[in-house]
Write a protein that binds this ligand. Sequence first.
Ligand code: NOJ
Length: 717
Amino acid sequence: MSLKASKEVVLSDQKLHWWQKTIAYEIYVKSFKDSNGDGIGDLKGITSELDYLKSLGVGAIWLTPCYVSPQADNGYDVADYYNIDPAYGTMDDMDELISEAGKRNIKVVMDLVFNHTSSENAWFKESRQSRDNDKSDWYIWSDKPTNWRSIFGGSAWTYDEKRKQYYLHTFLSEQPDLNWKNPEVRKAVIDVANFWADKGVGGFRMDAIPYIRKPDVFKDGKPDALDGMVSVHTMTANLDGILDYLNEFKQAVRVGRDIFTVGEANGVTADELPLWVGKNGVFDMVFEFSHIQIDLPDEKNWCEKRDWTLPQWKKLFSQSQIKTGEQTQGWYPMFLENHDIARSVSHFLADGAPRIKGAKALATLLLTMRGTPFLMQGEELGYENVVWPSIDDYDDVFSKSHYEFALSEGYSEKEAMDGVYRFSRDNARTPMQWDSSPNAGFSTKKPWMSIHDDYKVVNVESEKKDSDSVLNWYIGLSKLRNNHPVLINGTYIDLMPDDEKIFAFRRENIDARATVLINLSSETALYDAYLVERAVQIAGTEGTSTVGRLSPYEAVVFEESSVEYIVLNQDKEGVLRDFIYEAIFVPEGEEAPDRSIIEKPEISMYYKDFGSMEADRCIVAKKGTRAVGAVWTRIMNDYGHLDDETPSLAVSLFKEYRDSGIGTVLMKKMLSLLKSQGFKKVSLSCQKANYAACWYKKLGFRVVVDKDDEYIMVYDL
Ligand code: NOJ
């Protein structure tokens, strides 16, 4: 006798944390929603739109920094970590946001900017006073600068007249770097994080984390451009010893709390991921950028277009998926956009790709890959990049400095602007488009940044009404994830790594196997039909898809069940309740497992009932768990009633249909669908006294166990 403990069985038992099962949504606070008519987004604005976020299935909102800040880098220059910038509201507004979000099961995630502060931060103000004050060693001071170029251009060192020394800034001169070598600094940032964690936030995104560890000796590097400088990134990113700092942080902040941390880790490679996330990792997730930077040229020719192919792109995803996969017990934050990068439709699709189809294709990738999807505000509407005529129209410090840098490296104005169009961070930062009214419903006043020209068409209100919109596709996918747990907890494997047009992968858990096929090209693409041989289509951008072929940008998701028996369960009123939860597989030819192996009482109860059916493979259901999503989705889709978020309502509807006679049709349809999926028998328990008992008998169910007040009934498919 053997109970087969396959990899999938282990997976199915693996308890996922809340943040692994939800969708995260990045809010660029300044651009999300303005509640007080000053043209700047604010916390109250966010609170007013929580129901919208809820409708997207969002369970975590990552707020870009909203602490007190002079806004040299839109909040990534923090002057006071313990207070809210008046432009965004007050601490009371924040408390209200956390509490209102909590009521909707949404957690607030704070952005911790700890590589640097603002030069207006009291810590820096004190540090610059002298070489021997209490905080003199809280920043990186030197008598002599090196030839390092800051990320935003120009020297990474600025001379301070007061202290008569240079200080290091990886980013702007208004963003001096903290000295993590100093234990007092490490304690200070831990205190900040604990302050916010104690407020009840759900997690932290940690900014620019690879730069916190500096080299022991500051030396010039080999110049990488005509300016004779080398990027500070080359000299300081991800140096040995960094994990010690982050481990200390983890122990002091993360351990013992039901929150998550995600590090922004540009410079950490896929191979290194197991050290950063997973069982002993320092974070729960890490934003690794290789797939984003596939088109990013070298520093000196940053404005040139770099070509890439789909197989190369897929390989990058696969590497990260493997390194954060079940073997490492890691987890992946799936993202295609954030506030620093271009809009994915413009970034990853061929020029001229149809916006709506393309956005839906990318949405399918984002929401069905293994990991927690991170959506950037507006991505769910299918935003494209902006194209503004002059560099003066741009706000982003990166765009401006890189434009100048390109000119100084000999590129023409047009070439430099092409780079800005491709890489400007403003692409992702334009105000949220809520409706087609002036200022796109974002504010009653002219917003702090221009709104995208397309707002009359691309906005929440009109996309909500249009069943074919990108927004409704996202909402559908979000429900699909909830109804098909395999899309959340299944393993990942790339199915067609060398294909130039299709991104195809499989997700698999104990109950099911989903196959996702996305044509990312502008031509028809073919795939082998055997990939979806026994499967049912559960989603498709073009309605029912022709097996074996995808039209341009078509995306389709199939699912097949890996089980042969199914136990349905119903309550006293005869309402069918939930179904498959835990499976016990016994491979054909092997004996059924000894019942004593099954320790959980609720499971053994059903197993006992089921045992009389001579099953050589069986599924044991537990009350209160999830339905066989594929089947229900299909039935309800066909009858147009899958407008509910949970399978149980679908089930209750079912009861009403049963009473009205339509139920018979539905049940027959369900039985045939189960059969087409390879199920052999359906079993359910049913109260004898219940009207439904005769109904089931009429449908051809036979009673196999007759207990006091209950039948166990079986249908042979
Ligand atoms: C990364 C942030 O995402 C970006 O917006 C910011 O400018 C830099 N870190 C500096 O904090």
